[in-house]
Design a protein around this ligand. Structure first.
Ligand SMILES: NC(=O)C1=CN([C@@H]2O[C@H](COP(=O)(O)OP(=O)(O)OC[C@H]3O[C@@H](n4cnc5c(N)ncnc54)[C@H](OP(=O)(O)O)[C@@H]3O)[C@@H](O)[C@H]2O)C=CC1
Ligand SMILES: O=C(O)C(=O)[C@@H](O)[C@H](O)C(=O)CO
Length: 276
């Protein structure tokens, strides 16, 4: 199963679903990511701070899928904010991944107290101009922070990867993204397998379509046109998560799932969260 892809505002494309890799490390991680690519995942999400860029690189080397058919996303850690630090950190990530280019490079968290994300953004623009990165974006940015990047540089991030699941549907931020043609990516799209998958409304929607609760939730992301990046260390669950393009949800079903909204669930507030 190969997922459809969206066009990004810079002319590149991004698959409609990807594989999250936080916690997929070492040999088991290499095997999981390699198998995920073989099963059809074309977007792989990692980060400097996941400590698994080498594992992602090894999985890419093992697969016979053409490199240009893969979208490899990694992220700048808070400890490397700043212009020169960003250039150096990117090179470390690229070497660990063992890649000629990275498809999507994101600022992992804005760290407004540190006050350097704009310097990092300028460095990312220069990495893109040098052809080392195909697309640049951010993660965990608010509308105000996005506005600052855009007003200061004229360059709009192509994606903003944020906490997004039925408990936190991010309506306002998604509307802002739509206005600026920024693609939303959903981190922890299954809400880290909390009680979400036991919610009666999820069970009802899943039963109506003959799919699993996780598939109903991931299809909800697809209906929102957000790109979910579920992580699973289990081969059957990875395949299940990718298999969400054979059915659609009605507007009423989407709204019923969105009504589970209750706010952020892990305290990762971009205005205060410190990730180094
Ligand atoms: N930019 C950022 O700040 C952040 C980015 N991320 C990214 O998002 C990715 C996904 O988020 P994550 O926090 O891992 O949470 P997810 O919402 O993807 O949930 C992962 C959990 O759900 C389980 N699971 C996966 N598939 C199924 C299924 N079909 N049925 C039942 N359970 C399932 C997994 O268990 P099992 O492995 O046993 O299948 C695991 O316990 C991360 O890996 C990372 O790449 C995450 C957090 C922050
Ligand atoms: O991206 C992830 O998976 C995270 O957990 C991030 O929130 C990040 O690694 C972090 O903030 C650690 O404190």
């Amino acid at each position: 199963m190969i997922a459809p892809a969206y066009a990004l505002r810079d002319g590149n494309t991004i698959p409609a679903i990807g594989l999250g890799t936080y916690g997929l490390d070492d040999q088991a991680g290499i095997d999981a990511i390699t198998a995920g690519i073989a099963d059809g995942y074309r977007l792989i999400d990692t980060a400097f701070n996941y400590g698994n860029e080498e594992a992602v690189g090894e999985a890419i080397r093992r697969t016979d899928v053409d490199r240009s058919d893969l979208v490899i996303a990694t992220k700048l850690p808070g400890k490397h904010h700043g212009f020169d630090e960003t250039i150096a950190s990117f090179e470390q990530s690229r070497m660990r991944l063992d890649l000629d280019w990275v498809d999507l490079y994101l600022i992992h968290w804005p760290l407004p107290r540190l006050g350097k994300y704009l310097d990092s953004w300028r460095a990312m623009i220069s990495l893109r101009e040098k052809g080392l990165v195909r697309s640049i974006g951010v993660s965990n940015f608010t509308a105000e922070m996005l506005t600052r990047l855009i007003d200061s540089t004229g360059i709009v991030p192509v994606v903003n990867q944020v906490e997004l699941h039925p408990y936190f549907p991010q309506e306002e931020l998604r509307a802002f993204h739509d206005e600026h043609d920024i693609r939303t990516m959903s981190w922890s799209p299954l809400a880290k397998r909390t009680e979400l998958l036991q919610e009666p409304v999820i069970a009802e929607v899943a039963a109506a379509h003959g799919v699993t609760p996780a598939q109903a939730v991931l299809r909800w992301h697809i209906e929102l046109e957000a790109v979910p990046i579920p992580k699973s260390s289990d081969a059957a669950r990875r395949r299940e998560n990718l298999d969400v393009f054979g059915f659609t949800l009605t507007t009423e079903e989407v709204d019923a799932i969105s009504a589970l909204s209750r706010g952020r669930i892990w305290g990762g507030d971009p205005d205060t969260h410190e990730e180094f």
